[in-house]
Design a protein around this ligand. Structure first.
Ligand code: G
Ligand code: G
Ligand code: MN
Ligand code: NA
Length: 255
């Protein structure tokens, strides 16, 4: 497709950038981390695309390995910039596709992103989805154990939508669970979704994991989730994805 052709030259033409969405700690209300989200500046208006549209193309073509490597480097570089301004307060989470996870160079890419930025590895968090773990679970577990040994944090993204089973939580050494925004959206309207959220929190805590609620848009949702024991929140209520400068000013670092 035309879009894929354009994406192919995206890295050399500097067309990718990252925006960041903040995460708020439920107890302190402090911003303790951000999630990096990929964006694309098209060469022509008809090639505009959201990540939901272009990430699958990057995955199918294998381009995600290079672009995802760039994302890791850029996210670590930004984490180092915030560390220099604020101290080690803000971790940066990066979404990892299964194609990337299973690429032979994956662990080296992480090592080099950490080395180049010289950040404490625990400022980097990788977000994996269950669907990327079920393809080759033994291999995924071995790779993630290697990554974990570097000191990087691991989060299970979109939890509840995939192949959720307790074995996934114990087999991999995750630090956090991110409750899919679909459950949060209907938490007041669908009693079943409320029960699912309660079960996820209980299960996560029983396994020693931090639980993050995604897609929190209203104060009522945040209050309910806080009462249920969620450890942190992400969503439009706390902040929409923003440019690094916008996040810096939210964090109180002047421009
Ligand atoms: O940002 P929203 O920003 O529209 O993201 C849409 C989807 O794209 C989400 O499922 C998100 O996980 C995915 N996504 C966003 N950025 C990245 C990225 O850097 N790498 C991968 N693999 N997926 C991403
Ligand atoms: O799959 P993943 O969780 O990585 O994707 C995050 C996606 O969720 C991004 O597209 C991001 O823009 C979107 N998002 C973040 N917060 C909210 C929210 O409060 N409401 C909605 N509707 N989407 C959100
Ligand atoms: Mn995510
Ligand atoms: Na998610």
């Amino acid at each position: 497709s035309d879009l894929l052709t354009a994406l192919r030259s995206g890295l050399t033409e500097n067309r990718f950038r990252l925006v960041y969405q903040v995460q708020q700690n439920a107890n302190s209300l402090a911003i303790t981390g951000v999630e990096a989200l990929l964006r694309w500046s098209p060469p022509r208006p008809d090639l505009a695309a959201r990540p939901d549209q272009f990430v699958p193309l990057l995955e199918q073509s294998g381009l995600i390995i290079e672009v995802g490597g760039w994302v890791l480097h850029e996210a670590c570089r930004q984490a180092a910039a915030w560390r220099d301004q604020l101290g080690e307060r803000i971790s940066v989470a990066v979404n990892i596709s299964s194609v990337q996870l299973h690429a032979p160079c994956f662990v080296d890419r992480i090592r080099s992103a950490l080395g180049e930025s010289n950040i404490n590895p625990d400022l980097l968090e990788l977000e994996l989805t269950e669907s990327s773990l079920v393809i080759e679970p033994a291999k995924a577990a071995a790779t993630l154990a290697e990554v974990k040994a570097l000191g990087v944090q691991l989060a299970l993204d979109d939890f509840g939508t995939g192949y959720s089973s307790l074995s996934y939580l114990t087999r991999f050494s995750f630090d956090r669970l991110k409750i899919d925004q679909g459950f949060v959206r209907d938490i007041f309207d669908d009693p079943k979704d409320l029960e699912i959220v309660k079960a996820i929190i209980a299960m996560g805590h029983a396994l020693g994991l931090e639980v993050v609620a995604e897609g929190v848009e209203t104060v009522d949702e945040r209050d309910l989730l806080e009462g249920l024991g969620c450890d942190s929140f992400q969503g439009y209520l706390v902040g929409r994805p923003g440019k690094p400068e916008e996040i810096s000013s939210m964090l109180g670092v002047g421009l």
